[in-house]
Design a protein around this ligand. Structure first.
Ligand SMILES: [Zn+2]
Length: 309
């Protein structure tokens, strides 16, 4: 990782709130949610919608000048995304696409949105997302046309302010957190999920930084969280705290196991017994034990704990 921990800075800004008066937006927010097994979308705040495609969620905002769409997810998902946008806000232009980070399971699909709304729709992302995607050279993932550095950026689209914050390298060094100050909502992808365990063995995840990043998130002012993964619907500040506690518990369990000389397999057995509170979480059956293995290996490689005599 090339990003210094001390370079993270939050920008400050003074915002003049614009009264929420858009008749179009009011009508859109009152539409019923639409869903089938693979796809659903629903409002999570004034003029803000989450769209789920299979296990991925994204978010779009209806401003009085048009739509701002986050991660298009995939070409297939983006077809549904177009339908959702046109249903919620018929006839509205797409003002921008914003990639949360470079991972292609979130960033793919902008070609489909642009085909529908115009090839000149800007794509906004962190500057290192641009660098990664240039290296990737995949025509299904069009490159960002405007970039944001570690200082973040405050954007305004019509009556809607969107702040983009870089708060750490806990999940790639390219991830932006979007905050909508008026809606008191943040969009959080991959470094925290809604009451769900981590992905498989959490390969390459710097767990100390992941936890630090979740804590930095709580320094931002918000009430609601739209997540990229996990249980449906928005979360809140407590959801983030539960995520942090989960990773802290995983690390504490595996630290103790390593200090006591337990093997990885035995650490898995004990953590499964010791942490029953996560049995109802998303992906527990699939990935909890893999999470313990990942945490065990991460602690071994990074903390060099002395074994108990
Ligand atoms: Zn990711």
């Amino acid at each position: 990782m090339t990003i210094g921990k001390n370079r993270i800075s939050f920008f400050t800004l003074t915002l003049i709130w614009v009264a929420f008066t858009s008749a179009t937006a009011v009508a859109a927010a009152s539409l019923p949610a639409d869903r089938n097994d693979d796809v659903e979308w629903y409002p999570v705040s004034n003029n803000v919608y989450q769209l789920r495609y299979e296990n991925h969620y994204t978010m779009f905002i209806v401003t009085d000048k048009g739509i701002v769409a986050f991660d298009p997810l995939s070409d297939e998902a983006a077809e549904h995304y177009v339908h959702a946008i046109k249903t919620v806000a018929p006839g509205q232009p797409l003002l921008a696409i914003i990639y949360s980070h470079w991972h292609t399971d979130h960033a793919t699909g902008a070609n489909v949105l642009r085909r529908e709304f115009g090839n000149d729709v800007p794509i906004i992302a962190h500057e290192r997302t641009l660098a990664r995607l240039k290296e990737l050279d995949d025509e299904t993932v069009p490159l960002p046309t405007r970039t944001v550095n570690d200082k973040g950026k405050s954007l305004r689209f019509g009556n809607t302010d969107i702040e983009l914050h870089y708060i750490g390298y806990g999940h790639t060094d390219t991830l932006l957190v979007a905050r909508l100050p008026k809606q008191r909502l943040v969009y959080v992808v991959d470094f925290a999920s809604r009451d769900s365990v981590g992905w498989r063995e959490m390969p390459g995840w710097p767990l100390d930084e992941l936890i630090a990043m979740q804590r930095r998130l709580l320094e931002l002012d918000f009430d609601k969280v739209a997540f990229g993964h996990g249980r449906a619907g928005p979360g809140d500040r407590e959801t983030i705290k539960r995520q942090t506690l989960y990773y802290e518990n995983l690390l504490a369990e595996t630290r103790t196991a390593i200090q006591e000389g337990l093997s990885e397999d035995d650490a898995v057995i004990r953590a499964t017994h010791d942490l029953p509170q996560y049995r109802g979480w998303g992906n527990y059956r699939r990935w909890f034990q893999l999470n313990v293995r990942g945490a065990y290996r991460w602690v071994q490689e990074n903390e060099h704990l002395p074994k108990s005599p």
